[in-house]
Design a protein around this ligand. Structure first.
Ligand SMILES: NC(=O)C1=CN([C@@H]2O[C@H](COP(=O)(O)OP(=O)(O)OC[C@H]3O[C@@H](n4cnc5c(N)ncnc54)[C@H](OP(=O)(O)O)[C@@H]3O)[C@@H](O)[C@H]2O)[C@@H](O)CC1
Ligand SMILES: [K+]
Length: 505
């Protein structure tokens, strides 16, 4: 499923018209029909529906939807909330069809019963503005949106809620608050960004017949469940523990043994053949009790944290992860430097190691094997010297720019996790739930990602599938035995069993 900006959507529109001759009026009819078919699944014929129609093409979709629903016997009151003179182009064409069909169009400029209609409406459908919104709401639409937001009715938006920008990075806006949004043709970036996604409510993308083979790729996609199912590692009957990769996990501290222990266990649960944990000597006994299957590389330490010679041999490993529970002290600086320079296999850098990485970012470009960074917005903000709010508001641009600049994979964690490859292509993982917002779930994710990389020829696939396994496990546990409040990172590790069973069946 592609994710587009407003400009990319307009380009698609243009390509459709120029390469196949599909014209705007037909696309509008398709869009309106597609949304109407979805609405039929949601609405009862006796429900009072109020349709709010604007001047641009979003309004044009509104005319098609109003006509289609009225044709099919639904109880729809269509309101044009802008002056007649503003309705132009394809929207005007569909307005004329609506009028010639003999349906009544209520107009805000002639009639002030709008408030009364609002009060009796059970469903309000917003077809006022779509991707063409510019700046703060103005004119009558501003008041109509304020009124609509005050009603008890169920609110549905067409393409995107009026006032919400289609792109990331715009913070100042006022908008229709939808309970459900029927998105036209392709998911818009703002549906996945923290401060705008809440306005969409639940959503569904409606196909409008664009010529998919002709459309330029925005290089931004939602990773789908089928994608993971297709590429999850299959076990050969003749395989042995060495066939599934040897992993090294570096980190931990005497006072924080849990993080690295969970990463190691999650890696084993996710199919890693052999896992070695490199950690301060005094932390080994505690970690070994929890992960009996791991082997250990005890490291020199001072007061429970890694300190001293760090030039241990990393050549025997097929993948390395560093950072979990390591602490942010400067003494681990050399360690991160050593790994970045000497690991000749995929290297995943997480948590505390990300803080050490900041001073040596320039070294990343010289690595010839994949480097994967797995920051949450706070860690990423620190890496790129920006406030967290800037990252959260424009996660796609910041992570794309960063990945391309340093030649790394960035897994920017959040409710919508964005996975960016060094060439800038992006995937979004939408699985998971708020139960994951707890200490340890990132450590589990790192372990899963490391294991997936050992077993896959493609880093992009490994990272996307790993994020999805993690998220689906949280979803499955909430459905079955847990709540979002009690879910623990260790539950996720145990839950992986069920997720793998489901995926491999
Ligand atoms: N892409 C596709 O494949 C297809 C797209 N389709 C649909 O087209 C939609 C995009 O249509 P669009 O380009 O006409 O823009 P749209 O969102 O209707 O807004 C333009 C109007 O808004 C007004 N306006 C702007 N800002 C404002 C503000 N702050 N406050 C108040 N008013 C404001 C602006 O007024 P003006 O600035 O001109 O005075 C103008 O009248 C898209 O979202 C989808 O629904 C489908 O039909 C089929 C195929
Ligand atoms: K809308």
């Amino acid at each position: 499923m592609d994710v587009v900006t407003a400009q990319e959507m307009y380009e698609w529109d243009q390509v459709a018209m120029e390469s196949t001759g599909l014209d705007g009026k037909l696309l509008m009819e398709n869009a309106g029909r597609a949304v109407s078919s979805e609405l039929e699944k949601k609405l009862d014929k006796h429900q009072r529906v109020m349709m709010l129609i604007g001047a641009g093409n979003n309004g044009g979709d509104g005319f098609v939807i109003a006509r289609t629903l009225l044709n099919r016997g639904y109880s729809v009151e269509a309101w044009q909330v802008v002056p007649d003179s503003k309705v132009k182009g394809d929207a005007r064409h569909h307005k004329e069809i609506f009028m010639k069909t003999g349906y009544t169009l209520y107009k805000l400029e002639e009639n002030d019963d709008l408030r009364e209609s609002f009060e009796s409406a059970e469903v309000i459908i917003d077809a006022m503005l779509g991707i063409g919104v510019k700046g703060h709401l103005r004119g009558p639409i501003k008041q109509v949106v304020e009124l609509a937001n005050e009603q008890k009715a169920f609110r549905i938006a067409v393409d995107l809620p009026t006032g919400v920008p289609a792109d990331e990075g715009i913070v100042e806006f006022d908008a229709f608050k939808a309970d459900y949004t029927y998105i036209i043709a392709a998911l818009k970036v703002s549906a996945l960004v923290e401060h705008t996604r809440l306005y969409y409510g639940e959503w569904k993308v409606c196909d409008i017949g664009l010529p998919v083979r002709k459309l330029p790729s925005p290089n931004r996609k939602v990773w789908q469940r089928e994608d993971s199912k297709r590429i999850l590692p299959k076990r050969d009957a003749n395989s042995h523990k060495g066939s599934h990769g040897k992993a090294l996990i570096v980190g931990g501290a005497a006072h924080m043994p849990g993080s690295i222990a969970m990463s190691a266990k999650a890696a084993l649960r996710s199919g890693a053949g052999l896992v070695t944990v490199a950690t301060p000597k005094s932390a080994v006994p505690t970690i070994a009790t929890y992960v009996q299957e791991a082997t250990f590389l005890p490291l020199a330490e001072e007061e429970g944290v890694i300190k001293g010679p760090v030039d241990f041999d990393v050549s025997a490993y097929d993948g390395v992860a560093v950072g979990m529970g390591m602490g942010r002290g400067r003494e681990s600086n050399n360690l991160v430097n050593h790994l970045v320079s000497s690991v000749k296999s995929p290297l995943l850098i997480d948590a505390d190691a990300l803080y050490q990485l900041k001073n040596i970012l320039g070294l990343l470009r010289s690595r010839t094997y994949p480097t994967i960074l797995t920051p949450h917005p706070g860690e990423f903000a620190h890496l790129v010297d920006q406030p967290i709010s800037a990252i959260v508001q424009s996660p796609f641009s910041y992570s794309r720019e960063f990945s391309k600049k340093y030649g790394v994979y960035t897994v920017l964690k959040g409710p919508a996790t964005i996975i960016t490859a060094p060439n800038g292509s992006q995937f979004v993982d939408l699985t998971g739930n708020a139960g994951l917002a707890k200490g340890g779930s990132g450590d589990v994710l790192s372990g899963i990602l490391l294991a997936m990389m050992l077993q896959s020829g493609s880093t992009t696939h490994a990272l996307n599938s790993g994020c999805m396994l993690h998220g689906l496990t949280a979803e499955m546990l909430i459905e079955d035995d847990h709540s979002m409040v009690d879910l623990l990172a260790t539950d996720l590790i145990e839950g992986l069993t069920q997720t793998f069973r489901t995926f491999s069946s």
